[in-house]
Design a protein around this ligand. Structure first.
Ligand SMILES: Cc1cc2nc3c(=O)[nH]c(=O)nc-3n(C[C@H](O)[C@H](O)[C@H](O)COP(=O)(O)OP(=O)(O)OC[C@H]3O[C@@H](n4cnc5c(N)ncnc54)[C@H](O)[C@@H]3O)c2cc1C
Length: 470
């Protein structure tokens, strides 16, 4: 049997700018793609929404690879044993992959590399999923960055590799004999997400072009307004690697060279994108950012028993409209606008003093862009325990924020339709509306819409006292 080369796909479900795939093809042996649903207990299992996206993304990748002449195989099991058995089945002489950065993932990859080398199999790994490898960017003292702005200043000076083109076909298209099936048990609630998303590399590339050609111009001002559709919505595509951060970086730079007037919006966009690298930097350098506070003193915070508050928050029934709108958007679409993510997270971790890890876990299960670096990194930023986090005394007032960023209540009306008939100035805080206004709008607090589950002023003071005592 001819020797083959395996490409082990993980968070890089694309053909273009995929150095592992390009190198495997260049090596000249027949190439076989492999995706493993890893069952090792120390690897964080995907959430429900992510499993749904993964299923469709793998189907798309399988079609794209088949057109290049490369089959894609899905296997399930512990990573090391599964790679070993795939190598044996396909008489592989070489295995290629793009790197991943969580400590447990790295340990597995190192062990697998050692196993393969022992068996005389070649192993090649590449940087593909961040702008700069976490070890290639360091402070003057040689350590990891803990503050964002110097990280950004250092990263922008780096020579970010140009993205690779998609490889040319290696032979005749292959027939798909084993279509990707839902080995990873799709949650029944996730099918509704299909109404809101198209999945795969081609869609991701088209979305990037459309974003740069249009909404980008309004990005610096508009990105904070949840009813305005001016962000790229590329996050799930990035989370699964259907597009690479380097492709975003260079496409934005090219636009800027062609149209110098876009300099401001391009810089703002790249600055936001670089938060992703900053979070990957923390994921790489710290033990377990989804469990351990990055600032150790926050470990002593007296979290409250979540009781019914957590369920009310998850279901979008807190009685605080902008928060409920966000939580319902998340449940219906697998996405939530960034500003509203901050408000919902702040209500849970600060006003309700519920351990941020419970909120992070809910987001992990429901978000299509659930990301091992960005989700815990942002939760810790909001909770105050992250590096360069919002200072603990800055506690968002969701009603003030709602007045500011959803002044006409369009976002609230979309996701909390039972409040739709309230006037713009009262929709942010129905509990403050006079009785006759509520009656006219068909609202009975406690029946058609909840009373607020928490007093914002008193809970703010409670949180301040708890944080101050640390
Ligand atoms: C509590 C909380 C949890 C979050 N969880 C996730 C998560 O699991 N996955 C995730 O990708 N983002 C997460 N974010 C960050 C941010 O909300 C999303 O990246 C953004 O809303 C995605 O929409 P977009 O692609 O239209 O972003 P755009 O504004 O178009 O930005 C482009 C890309 O830049 C990156 N980016 C933008 N803002 C941030 C940010 N604040 N932090 C890190 N990267 C950023 C993302 O990769 C994003 O896709 C979280 C934010 C908060 C406050």
């Amino acid at each position: 049997m001819a020797k083959t080369a395996l490409v082990w796909f993980r968070s890089d479900l694309r053909l273009a700018d995929n150095p592992a795939l390009t190198a495997a093809i260049a090596a000249g042996q027949p190439v076989i793609g492999l995706y493993i649903e890893e069952t090792d207990p120390d690897l964080r299992p995907l959430g429900g929404a992510s499993r749904w996206w993964l299923h469709h993304s793998l189907q798309s990748l399988q079609r794209d690879l088949a057109a290049l002449g490369i089959p894609l195989e899905l296997r399930r099991g512990p990573a090391e044993a599964t790679v070993a058995s795939a190598v044996q089945t396909h008489s592989a002489a070489a295995v290629f992959w793009n790197r991943r950065y969580a400590p447990a993932q790295r340990e597995h990859d190192a062990a697998i590399k050692a196993m393969l080398l022992r068996d005389g199999i070649e192993v090649s790994s590449f940087g593909a999923n961040v702008l700069v490898e976490p070890w290639d960017i360091a402070t003057g003292a040689g350590g990891p960055y803990g503050v964002y702005t110097p990280f950004w200043n250092a990263l922008r000076q780096k020579d970010i590799s140009r993205p690779l083109p998609a490889p040319a076909p290696t032979g005749k298209p292959v027939t798909i004999t084993e279509p990707i099936d839902a080995a990873y048990r799709l949650p029944h609630w996730a099918e509704k997400l299909g109404a809101h998303w198209q999945i795969g590399e081609t869609t991701a590339a088209a979305k990037l072009r459309a974003f740069l050609d249009g909404p980008l111009g309004d990005y610096p001002e508009g990105r904070d307004f949840p009813a305005r559709d001016v962000t790229s919505r590329l996050s799930p595509h990035l989370a699964f690697g259907e597009i690479s951060p380097r492709q975003l970086w260079h496409a934005a730079q090219v636009l800027n060279q062609r149209a110098p007037a876009t300099a401001g919006p391009v810089e703002k966009f790249l600055k936001e994108l670089t938060w992703r690298d900053f979070n990957y930097h923390q994921l790489y350098h710290r033990p377990d950012i989804a469990r351990e506070p990055m600032q150790a003193r926050f470990g002593g915070l007296p979290w409250r028993d979540p009781g019914d508050a957590l369920t009310a928050w998850q279901k979008g029934q807190t009685g605080i409209p902008i928060v409920d709108a966000g939580m319902r958007e998340l449940w219906e679409t697998g996405y939530m606008h960034n500003r509203v993510r901050m408000l919902t997270a702040s209500l849970l971790a600060k006003n309700l003093l519920v351990d941020w890890r419970l909120g992070e876990a809910w987001f992990w299960d429901c978000l299509l862009d659930a990301d091992p670096a960005n989700n815990p990194g942002n939760w810790q930023w909001v909770a105050g325990s992250g590096l360069d986090a919002a200072p603990y005394f800055r506690i968002f007032n969701p009603v003030t924020q709602s007045n500011r960023f959803d002044a006409a209540g369009a976002y609230i009306r979309k996701w909390v339709p039972e409040l739709a008939r309230l006037p713009d100035d009262l929709i942010h805080d129905p509990a403050a509306a006079p009785g006759f206004v509520l009656r006219d709008a068909g609202i009975t607090l406690g029946k058609t819409y909840p009373e607020p589950i928490v007093d914002l002023k008193a809970s703010r003071e409670r949180a301040l006292a708890a944080f101050k005592a640390l």
